[in-house]
Design a binder for this molecule. Sequence first.
Ligand SMILES: Nc1ncnc2c1ncn2[C@@H]1O[C@H](COP(=O)(O)OP(=O)(O)O)[C@@H](O)[C@H]1O
Ligand SMILES: [Mg+2]
Length: 222
Amino acid sequence: MGKKIFVTGTGTDVGKTFVTALIVKKFCDAGFSAGYFKVAASGDEIENIPADAFQVKKISGLKYDMKNAVPYSFKNSFSPHLAAKIENKKIDFSVIEKNFREAEKNFDFLTVEGSGGIICPLRFDEKILMLDDIVKKFNLPVIVVVDSKLGEINSAVLTVEHLRTKKISVKGFIFNRYDEKNILHIDNKNVIEKITNLPTITTVKKNASDLEISVEKLAEYF
Ligand SMILES: Nc1ncnc2c1ncn2[C@@H]1O[C@H](COP(=O)(O)OP(=O)(O)O)[C@@H](O)[C@H]1O
Ligand SMILES: [Mg+2]
């Protein structure tokens, strides 16, 4: 069975897909079998796969068809629970588990991308299923992608506190769109590290094409 990680973020559009793609690329470039998984995606598909999976495939150079990489794909760009409701579907844990177990068998390093932030309902009707229930159930350690912008101290610290309340292991942060000369970015990183007592795994510049960390070091977080 391969090693796994869950990539969450401080919210939507912070760069989870972008960073995930660079993580997967790192393993692909080093010749490992790397896989991508996302429980639920919302929005348009590209070439018959969810846009996030397409982006990851394009950037990382993954070769496989990604058909089972995202068990649930919704047309409506809403939270999975709402998109599912509108599209008359119900997210079923056993379907997620079947696809996930297959993926973890198939790859040495499986990177699982979250949807939205860490509080994300998958089902919110007579049954409640949250994304962090899945993270906990699959025993996935977590990396938090933080956008380097204003407001992220609050979002990053709350994300970590929530994960710790749920007794989910948090490995550290990847600061996205990070400019090492920007005083706000530098301060955000320092303050977030100090409050949470967690390390920064690496930082990612705007339009980066590679992750600035060795594959060996990255593998240690999985
Ligand atoms: N470091 C970066 N440099 C350039 N563009 C980025 C960077 N990070 C994210 N983006 C772009 O910002 C948008 C949102 O990022 P994305 O990874 O899709 O966020 P999320 O998965 O958290 O919703 C995408 O168009 C993505 O290509
Ligand atoms: Mg994404």
